[in-house]
Design a protein around this ligand. Structure first.
Ligand code: TRH
Length: 380
């Protein structure tokens, strides 16, 4: 008889944006592809999912995508057997009949809360600790992170090798970009911009437009487009639009599949990213980046920003560290970016080397999927 695969259930509620589904979909695929487990991904909003994975049929309650069993998580829960490992992503509340099904098993499942990513010190102390209990089922905290003692970051096997090969292959990059309608301007720096609304954008665009080096700015359709429109003095920007202002060419791109978004990040000299998943992907691109952190009540996101900067800037010279930190702080405060951008440009070569070194250092950690599997193995 063939050995039964371990069964994993991942639950995802889409709060807003794409990070919740972005992270869980990536994790689900990797568990199936690299750890030979059976994964059901329960998602309450298939429309958000469809943006990242256009193959999703939003009318179906059950479907297979890339080896993952995708299940629509209905408001009226239908009875389902509990898996061996149950992941509640980002503190989402599991359906109570499902929790009863977990408790009814002879051997209770491993129940984990997959938390948001943070570089703060306390994460190391809390990772892997027991959380609440439901009947006989114990829940544990599982924290992704940048340091030893955390659950690490999502990183598919061979990712950095694939990225390096692609970055060394000008023809492959050209073909990929052309597929998105992009003809890279000769001599221009290529920058991608994925961000929330930001009052600091106009000053950054001003700085790029007056920079001696031309910039080709690629903006996937999304929340920042309103600010871009205001600066350009146009309305109704859509994928395909190209506008030139002095040294700056702004091009609007369609929102692409996750895998294609990686290739876009790998092509660019500098990437502005946001939230959680694109932030991590930009680090794996090995290029300098700008992070627009997801806002939280009482500005607690600013502690997270500072915690990351403290880690990230280690090893940089003081002026380069000040330049990149100043840029990130201004961006996250919606403040003027002009001087910070000029300083960042001045330290470009050092920041580039540093981005590569940071990426390699982070890749020394176990990746998050492997760490989850190991956690399960240690637990049984
Ligand atoms: O969309 P986000 O702002 O998600 C956020 C954060 O995760 C935040 O922490 C969370 O609390 C909040 O959602 C609810 O940013 P993030 O995390 O980068 O997710 C975007 C996803 O979209 C990511 O998986 C990359 C993907 N993406 C594409 O697949 N194609 C694209 O063209 C672009 C621009 C992004």
């Amino acid at each position: 008889m063939p050995e039964m695969k371990t069964r994993w259930d991942i639950f995802c509620t889409v709060v807003d944006n794409f990070g919740d589904i972005g992270v869980t979909w990536r994790l689900a695929r990797q568990l199936v592809a690299e750890h030979d487990v059976a994964v059901r991904l329960w998602v309450d909003d298939l429309r958000a999912f469809e943006r990242l994975c256009p193959d999703i049929d939003i009318t179906r309650s059950q479907q297979w995508q890339q080896g993952v069993e995708v299940r629509h998580w209905p408001v009226d829960w239908q009875p389902a057997e509990s898996a061996d490992v149950v992941i509640a992503a980002f503190a989402c509340q599991l359906p109570s009949p499902y929790m009863d099904a977990m408790a009814a098993r002879g051997q209770p499942p491993l129940w984990l809360n997959l938390d948001y990513l943070s570089a703060e010190d306390w994460v190391v102390g809390c990772h892997g600790l027991p959380s609440v209990k439901y009947k006989n089922v114990q829940k544990f905290f599982f924290f992704p992170g940048f340091r030893k003692g955390t659950g690490g970051l999502l990183r598919e096997s061979g990712l950095l090798e694939r990225r390096q090969q692609f970055q060394q292959n000008a023809e492959a990059q050209r073909t990929f970009l052309q597929g998105l309608g992009i003809d890279r301007l000769p001599g221009a720096q290529l920058i991608s911009l994925f961000a929330y609304e930001n009052t600091g954008l106009a000053s950054w665009l001003d700085a790029m437009a007056t920079d001696p080096m031309p910039t080709h700015l690629l903006v996937p359709e999304g929340r920042i487009l309103g600010d871009v429109e205001r600066w350009l003095g146009v309305e109704g920007l859509m994928a395909g639009a190209v506008h030139v202002r002095d040294a700056l060419t702004v091009q609007v791109l369609p929102f692409v599949r996750q895998d294609q978004y990686d290739l876009l990040l790998w092509c660019c000299d500098f990437n502005a990213v946001r939230g959680e998943d694109s932030f991590v992907r930009a680090q794996w691109a090995g290029r300098p980046l700008l992070w627009h952190i997801y806002r939280q009540d009482e500005d607690i996101h600013l502690d997270k920003l500072e915690a990351f900067l403290t880690l990230y800037t280690k090893g940089l010279s003081a002026p380069a560290s000040d330049a990149i930190s100043g840029l990130w702080r201004a961006w996250n405060a919606g403040e003027k970016m002009t001087d910070h951008w000029q300083s960042t440009r001045k330290h470009g070569p050092e920041l580039e080397k540093h981005a590569q070194a940071w990426c390699l250092e982070q890749a020394l950690q176990d990746d998050l999927a492997a760490a989850l599997v190991q956690f399960y193995v240690n637990w049984i």
